[in-house]
Ligand binder design. Sequence first.
Ligand code: ZN
Length: 357
Amino acid sequence: MQPRPQHGFRPVFCTIVPPHVLDKLAQSDDPDLAGPARRTLEGDAARRTRRQMTTLVPSVRTVPVGAESDKPERTLYDCRHGTQLPGFKVRSEGEQPTQDASVNRAYAGLGATFELLLKAYDRRSIDGNGLPLIGSVHYDEKYNNAFFDGQQMVFGDGDGEIFLDFTVAIDVIAHELTHGLTQYTANLSYFGQSGALNESMSDVFGSLVKQYSLGQTADQADWLIGAGLLAPRVQGEALRSMRAPGTAYDDDVLGKDPQPASMEDYIHTTEDNGGVHLNSGIPNRAFCLLATALGGNAWERAGQLWFDVLTGGRLAADADFSDFARLTVEAARDRYGEGDEREAVRKAWSEVGVPSA
Ligand SMILES: [Zn+2]
């Protein structure tokens, strides 16, 4: 039995494109770039406020005895460029692909996330209880974002100038769903270092879903978040780089990727919930260093340790980086003894300047 969040918890409202990127874009002199960015920012701000005022009731779906499902239960909707959710139902679980590539990509991405959790970690969906996965595509006009609202995934088409269709990146889909996993387990507060850990969990498992679905080892993985999402005119390869935070893009319109790669460059700010999408670069890099040092498939040993800590019940909601680091060292000892894994975990944290003792 998985621990359930307290009745009436408030879900994180995370959009994959953080506000600092859209702010920059909204300042462009080109109205074709600034317009959609402003609209996206205004829409996101309104949804964030609504979210803070609404208290969601967690799913209490009961799976009948003997029907413990090893299959996802996906439903896809088309918003037809409106903002009414979920929109028109276009594909249910087990149905054939539709003519719409966005629908089919979202369906596949939800399925890949379900599969990694089940096959690698024996967890049934994000709540551990087979929670149905719902996605809506073609949200709004030129909407430059994707988000999980605590109940479902929502994807925009992008403005076509800076951002492309948000269903193209499987790690973006998995990033958002991982916010659901975190919400149902450690429920890390979405502020400061615990917020940056929350973001990092989503990048870690987002990247692991991509690596698992492509059958890539840690050495073969690109360790990028949102590769393929930036339009060809943008100077950059993705939204974030886990291997080299701060290097994902450097563009006239978007500016330079501001993520720090170690504690030396930690960003103290009140923006972005205390820099949750900025300082997440530090634990992201620690994970990438560990997975690369251990070699093989990153979702096996490195991913298992992060999953153990996230779901193990000892990670406090307000944990900071070193609390988390210490628990990963303990998880390595619990699972693999006093061997190489534990030493590799210590070394990875030490390279990014986070104490783990
Ligand atoms: Zn996020």
